[in-house]
Design a protein around this ligand. Sequence first.
Ligand code: SAM
Length: 221
Amino acid sequence: MQADDWRAVDDYIAERLLGDDSVLDAALAANAAGGLPAIDVSPVQGKMLHLLARGMGARRILEIGTLGGYSTIWLARALPADGRLVTLELEPRHADVARGNIARAGLSDRVEVRVGAANDTLQQMIANKEEPFDFIFVDADKEGYPAYLRAALQLSRPGTMLVFDNVVREGGVIDPDHADPRVHGVRALFEALAAEPRLSATAVQTVGAKKWDGFALAIVA
Ligand code: SAM
């Protein structure tokens, strides 16, 4: 019953503060039609990411984990007309659906979907000395989070905000003997965040349509 209550409150918030959004509805429908798993951020979480990126005046955004581009659209809408968002996705099928959704959202001019294992793409980006990003959202394989943090730091500038999704895992994060390797990925992320003197970080637990989970947030000094 608790999960039903959380979803009802998410719906209440969304109805009052988000309004109708045919573009995002169409993106979710295209994801379902394409057989993508429904593991996108929730609408209220998407709006939160949008507000964070917009509030800091982000002009360059990096996303790790595109799926069908739902969070990508929320984030890209925070950019100015000459802003840029690069999003990394392992699965070509997910990337194809995302490109369609991003085109329908009218954002293809500022969003680039790069296909491949994020670690490889990130190493190429570092080697190519790509311009630093203002906002980095990490939402791919949780086992990779410590490596994504290391790469994100190399693609950051002082003031860059880093956001990692799904770091609470229904409370699993506090269990050192948990059977799920994803829990060990987020636990290693917490250790790495704590050990990095260039970062000021916290994490917030969330409940809602996506059950009990949370985001870690950090700013690069
Ligand atoms: N951010 C998306 C949203 O809210 O709309 C959801 C992303 S979904 C939780 C995670 C995505 O990361 C999946 O599409 C998956 O294929 C992708 N992924 C998993 N491992 C990856 C890797 N090693 N490199 C890049 N993408 C990966």
